[in-house]
Ligand binder design. Sequence first.
Ligand code: ATP
Ligand code: MG
Length: 441
Amino acid sequence: MAEKPQTLAAIRGMNDILPPASEKWLWLEGVVRRTMRRFAYRNIRTPILEHTQLFARGLGEATDVVEKEMYSFTDRADKSGAADHLTLRPENTAGVVRAALEHHLLQSAGAQRLYYMGPMFRRERPQRGRYRQFHQIGAEALGFAGPEADAELILLAAELWRELGISDWHLELGSLGQPEERREHRAALIAYFEAHKGELDEDATRRLHTNPLRILDTKNPAMQPLVEAAPRLMEHLGEASQAHLRAVQQMLDAAGLPWRINTRLVRGLDYYNLTVFEFVTERLGAQGTICGGGRYDGLFAQLGGKAAPAVGWAMGVERVLELLEQGGNAPEAPAPDAYAVIAAPDALAPAMRCLMQLREQGVAVQMHARAEGAEGMGSLKSQFKKADASGARYALIFAGDELAAGEVSLKTLRGDNAGQQTRQKLGDEAQWAQMLKRSNA
Ligand code: ATP
Ligand code: MG
């Protein structure tokens, strides 16, 4: 006898999204599409697989994502024996910039406002708010140098929170300046820590000349006073960088959007300069960043293209949906308008024809179908139970007498008129379909 095959489970950190949760996803995606349209951002879709090189060059070799979190593999060799090194995208900014360069988008069509939604992959330790396949919604403004693009993007995210009904967040704002300002700050940091060599722990001593910025991230409580007093990048910004940040702040103020400066805001990826920002909530535990972004004027050139200024953000869909569990505007998933009760198999064909007419008129109808290969359709009682459980407001009853007269019975299941029953003409669906629709309830 053949052995029963073992059932398989999904990969750790990668989630199935089932109904009714998937209804919330659909709603969120709809809100995003409509909001993006109101800001004149247009949709872009890039492949989920890219050459590993894109991320190594785009995100920086020394980032956590590139060093240890990417799902990379070598493709099958082609006839010449050469094989590609491919990676499941850990983020989509590099892919969007690659696509813009490859299709000469900025040259042929001017500056671009773009958005995307889709799965990303990072091999992190799965925990609340942190998964190995997760989803991002992202917006990128390519070819815009002025602080108005930064401010517009931040306001776009804030408008999304408003539409979604999420209010428990704050906006943190900072500036990473320009590369030369970062180099000056690094030198100042090294000088400062050298002057306090005796107070450094083992880790910090090791990082002093390799990566002094990482000392600022230390978890060692004994080091905190030293780190607190260390020179801050935002104090090393030149006039132009400061003016850019001030202009962003003024536009946010004018729009009534509160912000707070975080001088320690460092984004995980190498490509940022000038404005950086995060929307953070206290309601999600340790994984409280729901949206992060900033300016990345260096990325086009870093990917071998003609330099172009750009700014963008990405939000974590799973985290936003978890916030929506705690409150927000997400509606209940809609029930069908009507449930079709089918008395006997010979009613199936006329019922099917009628239901297609109703659906063409925009009515949502769930048809009774047999779970087991039985001869009959199941008792009317059990069918009405299912009709009730479906949440439908009407039952359509396809049964002998009515069908013989070219009619169907329409029974109201819910509301003031529950129990009321009328007859409707088959073939005339357009005449009576409208009253079944939710908008007419
Ligand atoms: P974090 O500090 O939480 O690791 P990050 O700086 O790595 O975030 P980004 O690369 O800026 O995140 O991605 C933007 C957003 O995507 C994050 O703010 C977060 O909401 C979401 N995100 C990032 N990594 C994950 C993940 N592994 N699982 C779920 N959401 C994630
Ligand atoms: Mg991360």
